[in-house]
Design a protein around this ligand. Structure first.
Ligand code: PBG
Length: 324
């Protein structure tokens, strides 16, 4: 197909023509909004590096979740910011922990909204790592029981889905077993399957107070240089019983999203992380680009690469545009 016989511009001439040949459609159904919850009443602490986002006490969280449901976003991903941290992350699996309380309140008020809980230890450990720490090493196998307990406690509180983000080996199998043994065989696992060790999590760590107190996460999160390893990571989680697999971050890893889409037939999520959000917000504030357009372009790119659903701090803003 060579010029002048083929002229791609013929089908770009009007908006109607462009609509007719559009390959990728983003809808509100594709969006999942991450939210942060803290204890207390009527709290709405702004997160400086994530304009428009807050740490919310449960009462305010429920109010925002009502809006989320109203606008048609099917699900939220919930992160807890506990009052106390300790070496064993006990507040991660406490019956009266912040996530457990928030899930109960959300399900009471909004039974239809899908509540996904992030399962990790880093917000709950005093050292800020995602697993059990022995000296200065993160002990993989000693972490599994704590993670399974955490996931189970979320399910007991009423969570619709659990999402382990710790990147310990073998956690999906351990969580599946704990859920199945306790009559939660109907609760799906969304595994953060290929989660890279990324600088783009910076704003999140401010929001969740979860920065590691020593070292970094390179011994458990993936090396940004690796794509084949993502196939092994994802395959492993599928074999262990994951129902939805996630790639994270999204924009710097579109090649990984596209590659995993070819390899795996499970539903796939991509996490458009805090730093991806912050970059667009900052550039928009400086007047250096059009934030709304950059947001919609980013989301369509993530979908085009192959993601079925997108975790994004832009969920409400994007849904508003999609519906206008
Ligand atoms: C917890 C967790 C992190 C994110 C989601 N779950 C931070 C991290 O791994 O340090 C990052 C989300 C974001 O940046 O938006 N392990």
């Amino acid at each position: 197909m060579l010029f002048p016989d083929y002229r791609p511009r013929r089908l770009r001439r009007t908006e109607a023509l462009r609509r007719m040949i559009r390959e990728t459609i983003l809808t509100t159904n594709d969006l999942i909004l991450p939210l942060f919850t803290v204890s207390g009443k009527n709290i709405k602490n702004p997160i400086a590096s994530m304009p428009g986002h807050y740490q919310l006490s449960v009462d305010n969280l429920v109010k925002l979740a009502e809006k989320v449901q109203e606008i048609g976003i099917p699900a939220i991903m919930l992160f807890g910011v506990p009052e106390k941290k300790d070496p064993l992350a006990t507040r991660a699996y406490a019956r009266d922990g912040i996530v457990q309380k928030a899930v109960k309140a959300l399900k009471d008020r909004l039974p239809e909204l899908v509540i996904i809980t992030d399962v990790c230890l880093c917000q709950y450990t005093d050292h800020g790592h995602c697993g059990f720490v022995d000296g200065h090493t993160i002990d993989n196998d000693a972490s599994l029981d704590l993670l399974a307990k955490t996931a189970l406690s979320h399910a007991q509180a009423g969570a619709d889905m659990v999402a382990p983000s710790d990147m310990m080996d073998g956690r999906v199998a351990e969580i599946r077993e704990a859920l199945d043994e306790n009559d939660f065989s109907h609760i799906p696992i969304m595994s953060y399957a290929a989660k890279y060790c990324s600088a783009f999590y910076g704003p999140f760590r401010q929001a969740a107070h979860s920065a590691p107190q020593f070292g970094d996460r390179r011994t458990y999160q993936m090396d940004p240089a690796n794509a084949l390893e993502a196939i092994r990571e994802v395959t492993m989680d599928v074999e262990e019983g994951a129902d939805i697999i996630m790639i994270k971050p999204a924009l710097p890893y579109l090649d990984v999203i596209a590659r995993i889409r070819q390899e795996i037939d499970l539903p796939m999520a991509a996490y458009n992380v805090s730093g991806e959000y912050a970059m667009i917000k900052a550039a928009d504030k400086m007047g250096w680009l059009d934030g709304q357009k950059a947001m919609m372009e980013s989301l369509i790119a993530i979908k085009r690469a192959g993601a079925d659903m997108i975790l994004t701090y832009f969920a409400i803003e994007a849904a508003e545009i999609l519906q206008s």
